[in-house]
Design a protein around this ligand. Sequence first.
Ligand SMILES: *[C@@H]1O[C@H](CO)[C@@H](O)[C@H](O)[C@H]1NC(C)=O
Ligand SMILES: *[C@@H]1O[C@H](CO)[C@@H](O)[C@H](O)[C@H]1NC(C)=O
Ligand SMILES: *[C@@H]1O[C@H](CO)[C@@H](O)[C@H](O)[C@H]1NC(C)=O
Ligand SMILES: *[C@@H]1O[C@H](CO)[C@@H](O)[C@H](O)[C@H]1NC(C)=O
Ligand SMILES: *[C@@H]1O[C@H](CO)[C@@H](O)[C@H](O)[C@H]1NC(C)=O
Length: 497
Amino acid sequence: MAGSVSFFFFFFFSSSLLIFSSTHVESNEEGYISLDISNKGLDFVKEFLVEMAESSLVPLDLPKIEKSKHIPIIGTVSMVLSNITINNIHVISSTVKAGDTGIVISVSGAYANMTMNWEYSYSNWLIPIPIADNGKASIQVEDMDVGISFNLTNHQGSLMLSPLDCGCSVKDIFIKLDGGASWLYQGLIDAFEDRISSSVENAISKKLREGIVKLDSLLQSLPKEIPIRNIAALNVTFVGDPQFRDSSLILSINGLISSKDAYAAPPYHHLEHLLASLEHLLATVSVKDPTSMVTISLHEKVLVSASSVYYDANKMHWIVDKVPEQSLLNTAGWRFIIPQLYRQYPNDDMNLNVSIFSPPYLKIKEHQIDLTAHADVVINVLNSGEVTPVACFSMAVSGSASPWISNNNLGGSIGLDEFSLSLKWSKIGNFHVNLVRVLMSTALRTVILPYINLKLSKGYPLPTFHGYMLQNAEILCSDSWIKICSDVAPVKQSSTS
Ligand SMILES: *[C@@H]1O[C@H](CO)[C@@H](O)[C@H](O)[C@H]1NC(C)=O
Ligand SMILES: *[C@@H]1O[C@H](CO)[C@@H](O)[C@H](O)[C@H]1NC(C)=O
Ligand SMILES: *[C@@H]1O[C@H](CO)[C@@H](O)[C@H](O)[C@H]1NC(C)=O
Ligand SMILES: *[C@@H]1O[C@H](CO)[C@@H](O)[C@H](O)[C@H]1NC(C)=O
Ligand SMILES: *[C@@H]1O[C@H](CO)[C@@H](O)[C@H](O)[C@H]1NC(C)=O
């Protein structure tokens, strides 16, 4: 029984924690899991987006620029800049703000390196043969400010990003011509600065807008269900619009678990490159801020749905053949309690066939989770390879569990509140059920629970997701909700720190 109870305990928490294997405080209508992403968490997401933008914006090709300029004596010089490419962009600092007007990311002091080809030609009445020259040029764009704002809403259960505004302004630009008689035309090129600047501004704004549209379609394509161990699926449909409160972003998902058999894992591969960049980013972010990046709140209905799925999947039957006090599983241990059992099957081993016959009742309260389970326990006597059921008890156990998370281990302790036992049937005649109850209850309190608690006190490692795990996580229980406050970190980083 020890194994089963600790399994039970572990099951509830591991199934609820599995949710991370896949990625808010009050729920609205039907959101049973909510994610409250703090400023620190938003900052983290922003760093991620900025880093993605830096690499996905380049190389960015700008349209060709042509310009003619009349110069006294020389005449009209026509100049063409082509193959204008932004090769890299580097962001110095950025901020994110979430509010009723959407999410605003501002970047200041970015710079970019560009290259282009230049060519000129002119002719006048003095020189009848047209003169032409060409070469390459490098351009440095300095002090670029970029602002982007978008609205985050719920569209048919998926998050929808809609770009609201997107702007880019270039303060300084330096052009250096190479090749040909470039020294001669360096002065001329300055006339292009404004054209190049505005071309950069337009191209970056347009590309960022496109980036948001792509991110939006990625969000819309995310699955609405996440499979759990081939028997169940977590409903990750978003419920209600995202809310902005005290500069944090609150997202709610349905969060209930329902049964699914032979679940085919949805294709996640389109997320792989995203996760790879996330990994890179996480490795560079130092987490010193004491506030948590994210608070995950789980309503007790999530646990209830998990337990009923598990129940329906027929997973709540156990054969208990090992207990910490092994003498309890031999008829000799019962000699004085059920004498006729010992008389009929002297010194035979026994096992217990435990079947929970309704989904366990579960309620989250301040600092603890109350659990009640009803089970049938059949006593089997094992006699030279034969299994003989001799009696069946109907049992109700209620207790409470207090979970904790420490160093990425989920542990806890269980206490027993009530224990009741009655005889359902017996093949060995009547006996004193009271004595059995006292013995079982004593065994539970003095042997089995201490044994389980010893195991639980060591904790179970929290599940990881694509190489990520919770860091500095804490768990709190209060009035129907479990809250987990945590940072996110790659497994490698936190195992070395
Ligand atoms: C255009 O520029 C890229 C580098 O930015 C260079 O590799 C390529 O050869 C150039 N194309 C032409 C036609 O000059
Ligand atoms: C963002 O979307 C919400 C919900 O559709 C809407 O009420 C709000 O006005 C939008 N905000 C802006 C700035 O468009
Ligand atoms: C890009 O431009 C910055 C300054 O704007 C400069 O420091 C850096 O060396 C340039 N990088 C390349 C690869 O040209
Ligand atoms: C998932 O949750 C959404 C939102 O609460 C609900 O409308 C939908 O019916 C749920 N899907 C399933 C399969 O339960
Ligand atoms: C355990 O007991 C249940 C009825 O309570 C029975 O259906 C099942 O076959 C038993 N399992 C074993 C292995 O004895």
